[in-house]
Design a protein around this ligand. Structure first.
Ligand code: NAP
Length: 288
């Protein structure tokens, strides 16, 4: 039976460390780090995500501002708002909550965020820096959260076969680079992959980032594998669930992350770390 990796507890430890770091920053520089989130429209899920980010900042002693823009905001107005925040001295981190309403080019908006404030790590400059993650100011929050869970649990990816199912820009691709930098041998699978189960069965570390409930079944998992479930889905009766068929895979894996309470809480925790990193980088660059 697999040991459960408790994402809530690990995230709480990361958040406590962020709170200590934020207090030390304030003591040294006489101000708190600050995150500004732009939310366009009233998508209920986005509102929940933004609220969670704000609460996490407040608990950690990081200032948090939410800029609310109406759903009919056009791209020009949003770009002007991003430019205003780029120039604002008190803002260390800027995050534009995605998805944006139809008609706004997300790539253009992300590219307009100053890379040194891009705490989501979506700007092309920051994505490029993932070729050498140890030299990067930011790591994207969900992949960084997965790496932190492995580290915290004492699982060293070095030399291990890691298989990621999913190649999105926000999870699969950046996580592949982080695992590679940690000396894993990485395979990235996607919807066109032939004989997926044969590949997943080779994985000593198996990451599911597909977005389909119960997609990874026990027959796709190697005995003793570490199984990380990034997926967030709803069961027909409305409950949260991951991409992994937890009940059956738990019997075969050595470690497994639950959903909820696994990777999810790590994402916000890592955002706090990125905001602190942005604040420190700003001070070191002399901009204060
Ligand atoms: P995405 O952009 O929809 O990407 C899904 C990936 O799964 C794609 O690469 C797709 O392949 C692949 N895929 C789909 N069907 C497949 C199949 N039958 N066989 C193999 N691969 C298949 O999703 P995402 O943004 O990465 O998110 C993935 C999941 O993680 C979602 O449930 C999302 O809600 C969750 N998520 C959680 C967090 C968190 O904080 N825990 C953060 C982000 C995302 P193609 O590229 O070929 O289409």
């Amino acid at each position: 039976m697999a040991e459960r990796i408790d994402g809530k507890a690990i995230a709480a430890a990361v958040r406590a460390r962020a709170a200590e770091d934020a207090a030390a920053f304030e003591k040294e520089y006489g101000r708190r780090p600050k995150l500004t989130v732009i939310l366009v429209g009233e998508d209920p899920a986005s509102q929940v995500y933004v609220r969670n980010k704000r609460r996490a900042c407040e608990e950690a002693g990081i200032l948090s501002e939410t800029v609310l823009l109406p759903a009919d905001t056009d791209e020009k107005t949003l770009l002007a708002e991003v430019a205003r925040l780029n120039a604002e001295e008190s803002t260390d981190g800027i995050l534009v909550q995605l998805p944006l309403p139809a008609g706004i080019d997300e790539k253009r908006v992300i590219a307009a965020i100053a890379p040194e404030t891009d705490v989501d790590c979506f700007h092309p400059v920051n994505v490029g820096k993932l070729f050498h993650p140890r030299e990067a100011t930011f790591l994207p929050c969900t992949p960084a959260g997965v790496m932190e869970m492995l580290r915290f649990t004492g699982i060293d990816p070095r030399g291990k076969r890691a298989v990621i199912v999913g190649r999105s820009d926000i999870v699969g691709k950046p996580l592949a680079l982080l695992l590679l930098a940690a000396d894993a041998t990485v395979t990235v699978c996607h919807s066109k992959t032939r004989d997926l189960a044969a590949l997943t069965r080779e994985a000593e570390i198996l990451v599911a980032a597909v977005g389909r409930a119960g997609f990874i079944t026990a027959d796709m998992v190697r005995e003793g594998a570490v199984v990380i479930d990034v997926g967030i889905n709803r069961t027909p009766d409305g409950k949260l669930c991951g991409d992994v068929d937890f009940a059956s895979v738990e019997k075969k894996a050595s470690y497994i992350t639950p959903v909820p309470g696994g990777v999810g809480p790590m994402t916000v925790a890592m955002l706090l770390c990125n905001t602190l990193a942005a604040a420190r980088a700003r001070v070191f660059s002399g901009k204060q």
